[in-house]
Design a protein around this ligand. Sequence first.
Ligand SMILES: NC(=O)c1ccc[n+]([C@@H]2O[C@H](COP(=O)([O-])OP(=O)(O)OC[C@H]3O[C@@H](n4cnc5c(N)ncnc54)[C@H](OP(=O)(O)O)[C@@H]3O)[C@@H](O)[C@H]2O)c1
Length: 304
Amino acid sequence: MSEKTTMRAIEYSTFGGPDVLRLEEVDLPEPGPGQVRVAVHAAGVNTLDWKIREGQLGEQPMPQRPGLELAGVVDATGSGCRATIGEQIFGWSLTGAYADYALADIVASKPRALPWHEAASLPVAGEAAVRALRELEIRPGETLLIHGASGTVGTIATQLAIAAGAIVIGTADDANTDYLSGLGAIPVKYGGGLTGRVREITTRIDAVLDAAGFGALPDLLALRGSTERILTLADSAASRKGVRFSSRTPSVNDAESLTELATKVTTGQLRLRRGHIYSLPQAADAQQDSATSHTRGKITLKIS
Ligand SMILES: NC(=O)c1ccc[n+]([C@@H]2O[C@H](COP(=O)([O-])OP(=O)(O)OC[C@H]3O[C@@H](n4cnc5c(N)ncnc54)[C@H](OP(=O)(O)O)[C@@H]3O)[C@@H](O)[C@H]2O)c1
């Protein structure tokens, strides 16, 4: 257990650009029942982090400490907690993972073979990809259109859908055509003329996953031909078009799902795409990089 009483953490007290992020010295959090305190080795940087910081998700308690996912070593445990001190784990952060230490309750053991940055990349994107495919009820032989297949969520969803027997048509920038082909998807460039390009490949799209947004829903709806079996993870205006926006409901099964995803990565069934690794004091640069939406891989913070 750490003998420190304070730690470094990234925080902000007002919504705004990356410049509102401050590196602060704050008290170590104390784990409550069922919680672990984690000495954070790596934290995932998500689009949600800067969307919250910009105020896009409405009022938040201040100060805010970003960071939804982490990988690290259990440093202290609350009552009734099954994890052991010294255990390498990864999972969902309760107190903001952009910090030397964070509390967590939904965690799984990190396989030794799984690098810290990959473990910290799995919870948010992995959960979203698994959930989306489950909600879309993808069956073998069906054709799934994934908008944003080259992104972090799209990369995982594409591979899981293909492994489940689906044919995946994936949208991406031209620069990611080879990348998507390498994953086994049929690449198609996003942007104006998307419907025509997809229809040259097939006129039958059984399901659509929007994992990018950027106003593509009208085209995606036209290609699907129905509001059934189409969902978005990224377009908050979807309900006006009759399309479901899918968001996470934390569940006791989440830890099991983390273990399954980690096993897939360590056994080579699932490839993750590594983006830039920043240090904790570079959190603003990391979020700016994420906000370009062309990161070519998952951005993480290396914390210790
Ligand atoms: N609802 C949920 O539960 C949930 C959970 C996780 C994520 N999300 C959301 O899902 C989205 C994707 O997350 P992520 O982590 O995968 O992000 P990411 O890694 O940054 O990927 C962004 C994707 O958007 C594509 N893109 C960029 N500019 C585009 C444009 N102008 N038109 C069409 N596509 C464009 C990128 O393609 P190129 O790189 O090929 O340009 C890439 O495929 C984000 O909006 C995130 O907030 C939602």
